[in-house]
Design a protein around this ligand. Structure first.
Ligand SMILES: Cc1cc2nc3c(=O)[nH]c(=O)nc-3n(C[C@H](O)[C@H](O)[C@H](O)COP(=O)(O)O)c2cc1C
Length: 136
């Protein structure tokens, strides 16, 4: 398995119906390509983890990078894992977060952005934090 986590900035004109469309497409396409993951929607940002074979993750990520509904996409980490960790989520969505959760998620943006080599403990805590934001 291969995982990729990125953060991006929403465009100013992003509307709720954009999110509905993204989620619909993500769930449909990801099921077809064996991609699982989580998408965290913040007031001004996205954080997403994609998991699958390296080829499928890169294919999907390239499509996502071309999407004009967000910009300034920064990859936080890529790694090979032994097993699937996001089982059951074609694309779990975390939106309408409480302020305390938004603050937690902003920690990710502020502390993990642009770093290249995380220690194992940082990788694990990043993933746990993302998972804790998704209730499904
Ligand atoms: C923040 C964000 C996350 C996205 N996540 C996914 C995803 O996980 N899977 C996916 O197929 N498309 C995702 N998309 C949508 C793609 O950019 C693209 O619109 C979609 O794959 C096109 O699907 P189609 O070729 O079936 O029309 C995402 C878009 C954004 C802005």
């Amino acid at each position: 398995m291969y995982q990729l986590i990125y953060v991006s900035d929403k465009i100013a004109t992003f509307k709720p119906s954009d999110m509905d469309e993204i989620l619909y497409k993500a769930q449909k396409n990801n099921a077809k390509h064996g991609i699982t993951g989580l998408l965290v929607e913040l007031p001004e940002h996205f954080i997403q983890i994609l998991e699958g074979t390296q080829g499928n993750v890169e294919f999907t990520f390239n499509l996502i990078c071309e999407d004009t509904r967000h910009k300034n996409i920064r990859v936080l980490l890529t790694e090979k894992t032994r097993a699937r960790e996001m089982e059951g989520w074609d694309m779990g969505l975390s939106s309408d977060l409480e302020q305390s959760q938004i603050d937690d998620a902003l920690l990710i943006l502020n502390n993990f952005s642009e770093k290249q080599n995380f220690s194992d403990i940082h990788r694990q805590s990043l993933k746990l934090l993302l998972k804790s934001l998704c209730h499904e």
